[in-house]
Structure formats: C-alpha cells, structure tokens
Design a protein around this ligand. Structure first.
Ligand code: COA
Length: 257
C-alpha cells in the first residue's frame, strides 16, 4: 500500500496511477512495493485482463526518488521493492499498457520497455540520465535498447542521457502513438478495453512468445545491472550528482578519474 499509488479496477482493467505531484511522481520504495504487489495481483486475479500504468496529464514520473538513491542500495536487488517491480513487470503474463505525459525519467522510460502498448502525449520528455548521475543502465535497458534500436542509438540514449520527445520515441519504435496530452489516457484505456475483450489465454501466450527471445538474457542483464547499479550508488561520482541535484546546480565530474 502507498498513498502515492492508486489502484482502480474497472471492467477487467487494473489502473495503476502514480500520484505524488509535489515530487513529480518520483517513485519511493513504498511506491515500488505497491506497484509490484499490483502487478502480481493481476497475475493471480482472473478478473484482471490488463494493467494500465499512468500518471497525470502533466507528469508520468521523475524516476526513482533521488533521496532514496542518495541513501544507498537496499540489500538484495531482486527482492528489493524496485527489483520486485522490475522483475515482476518483465515476467508478467497479463498485458501492460502505459499512458505517459510530461517527464518520463529513468525508470519512467525503462519500465516502458516491458509494456505491450505505449501511448505518449506530445508533451512527453523521455530521458535515461543514468550515466549523468554516475549510475548505469537498469530495467534491462542495456540489453533491450541495443537489441531493438541498434548499438549506437542505445549508446547515445544511455551515455549522453539526453531528453527525447514522443515523435522521436515513435520513430525509434519505443511507443505506439503520439497523443494530445488530454487524450493520452483515454486512448490507452480504449486499447486496454480492447485487450480485455480478447481471448485471455491467447493474449498471455502472445506476450510470453513476444518476450521469449530476450527472456533468459534479460534476467541475466537485469541481475548484472542491479549489481553494478548498487556499486555505482556508493560511488563518489553518484554522490556528487545527488548533492548537485539537491543544491540545484550542475554536477562537476572534472576531478574524477
Ligand atoms: N526524486 C526526488 N525528488 C524529485 C525528483 C526525484 N527524482 N524529481 C523532482 N523532485 C522534486 C524536486 O526536488 C522539487 O522539489 P522542491 O519543490 O522541494 O524543490 C520538486 O520535485 C519539483 O521538481 P522540479 O525539478 O522543480 O520540477 P521541474 O518541472 O522543473 O523538472 C524534472 C522536472 C523531472 C525534469 C526534474 O525534477 C528532474 O530532472 N528530476 C530528477 C530526475 C532524475 O534524475 N531522476 C532519476 C533518474 S535515474
């Protein structure tokens, strides 16, 4: 349970809403735990045929709560709240749709790699600034992005960590449709209802088969990323990046070797 995640089940569609507007929907440990529980719940509840993950018309998520990052890694990655969310999302058989507007930072972009359909507003700002923060890729992005987009495009997104918009994400094949922000959620919900009306076992088999090509490599990649990420969180580079964010200044990495 988290006050910042609302869970609503309507017509066999589970709607998970990130709702922490004063922190740009940054995801805390409690929020990851609530998301992981809900993803698992959809697997166990035959009445849920599809999950929608969304935020608001202005903001999807600013990614991991940076004060949690600054506090350092929390034990075993796979069983941590973020690990349970990512592994659960990647291996879920119930289809997942995302409706995204505004900032979609870090895990706000990488979680989309595990969604079946993604609708994004033309105000969406995708970004994976892991290296910029002294960190490394997560969410299977170090495997999925080069596989899907090609090595140099993946390196550009993960090493330079710049912002890209919805038309660019669409051109790269990361999202299905660019929407007016006021319409993103409605379009995604319509797709959820379509999915919920499809034969459920056929949809689960399709999702399993779509994921099959990367499934075993993905688990390995996510474990390696989790290990490296935990190390990076303790690094002086990350320390400088987090301090700079809190102090609202640019980080200075010039003294690191
Ligand atoms: N963790 C914790 N707090 C966060 C946060 C995060 N990831 N992202 C934003 N916030 C907080 C800000 O510190 C600010 O708090 P304040 O009002 O006490 O100063 C508040 O949310 C609003 O954010 P602000 O930066 O003023 O909003 P903005 O519209 O100017 O910019 C973002 C939005 C998302 C571009 C910007 O907040 C940002 O870059 N956040 C960090 C994203 C990030 O690096 N995430 C980790 C990825 S691995």
């Amino acid at each position: 349970m988290s006050e910042h995640i609302s869970v609503d089940i309507q017509d066999k569609v589970q709607i998970l809403r990130l709702n922490r507007p004063d922190r740009k929907n940054a995801i805390s440990q409690a929020m990851y735990a609530a998301l992981a529980d809900a993803i698992q719940n959809a697997e166990n509840d035959g009445n849920i045929r599809c999950t929608l993950i969304t935020g608001s018309e202005e903001c999807f998520t600013a990614g991991n709560d940076l004060s949690d990052f600054a506090a350092g890694p929390v034990g075993d990655f796979e069983s941590s709240p973020v690990g349970r969310f990512l592994f659960g999302l990647a291996s879920a058989e119930t289809p997942v749709v995302a409706a995204v507007n505004g900032p979609a930072v870090g895990i706000g972009t990488t979680m989309l790699l595990h969604c079946d359909l993604v609708f994004a507003g033309n105000n969406t700002a995708f970004q994976m600034p892991f290296a910029n923060l002294g960190l490394c890729p997560e969410g299977g992005s170090s495997l999925l992005l080069p596989t899907w987009l090609g090595r140099v495009r993946a390196a550009e997104l993960l090493m330079l960590g710049g912002v890209f918009d919805a038309p660019k994400a669409s051109e790269m094949g990361l999202i299905n449709r660019v929407c007016e922000p006021a319409d993103t959620e409605a379009q995604a919900l319509q797709a959820c209802r379509q999915l919920a009306a499809q034969p459920p076992a056929a949809i689960r088999a399709t999702r399993r088969l779509l994921n099959r090509g990367c499934a075993s490599g993905l688990r390995d990649a996510m474990l390696a990323e989790g290990e490296q990420f935990g190390e990076r969180l303790k690094s002086p580079e990350a320390g400088e990046a987090f301090k700079a964010f809190m102090e609202k200044r640019k980080p200075d990495f010039s003294s690191f070797s």
